[in-house]
Design a protein around this ligand. Sequence first.
Ligand SMILES: [Zn+2]
Length: 263
Amino acid sequence: MPTDQPTLEVQPIAAYSDNYIWLLFDPQTRRAFVVDPGDAQPVLTTLETLDLDLAGVLITHHHFDHVGGLETLREKYSPQVYGPDNPAISGIDHVLAAGDVITVLGLEFQILEVPGHTLDHIAYFHPAQIPLLFCGDTLFAGGCGRVFEGTPAMMHESLQILAALPPATRVYCAHEYTMANLGFARAVEPDNEALRQRIAEAEATRGRNEPTVPSDLALELATNPFLRCAETALQDSLAEQGKLEGRGGSEVFAAVRAWKDNF
Ligand SMILES: [Zn+2]
């Protein structure tokens, strides 16, 4: 029941040059989960500073900057580790698939399969109260992950799954790529007023050296070109650039993704 649910704190732990390892913890019990610990050291430092015990780890996909700290964290804390069905990731205790529901510090999370960036990519969605989404490298603030292992059609379909979540969903992605993403978005949709406002706000945020994430899905739907493939203005912009192959959703997505890859 919503009234019985704990209030969790969620905060980013910076890692490498632009990764965010998300930390969730219950301020009462001091139990914590982390999402995609690519590097153990900043996680260990944060857990010690905040006096937290690591109860669990959520993994979204197999890339090293998302799993590189797993072994060290397992040795020190023996957390329960949740992740996708991929034998290349060692140390997963609970293999997850679409439709599974897990409990994280008293909150239920649904598992979504969102292949494209990698074939094993999953996302974690908590639907109640303020909905929370941990989406790794699938959806970014203002952008989306590169299509390394899947196809553009597959990635488009995965993003459509995320786009259909409640607009109030807080989107916790794994990188601070926002300014570069928004610079590209402006090239695609120069007349998008919501985008213009978002860029001004993000510039101010980065000017204070603060994270631009989490964002929320309503803002992504209004400004992220990878979620706006059905918009005529966006399609016309692609056409003006000679990049439009067709107006089907996955065709438009493929054209936007290819443009960004060379931007
Ligand atoms: Zn990745």
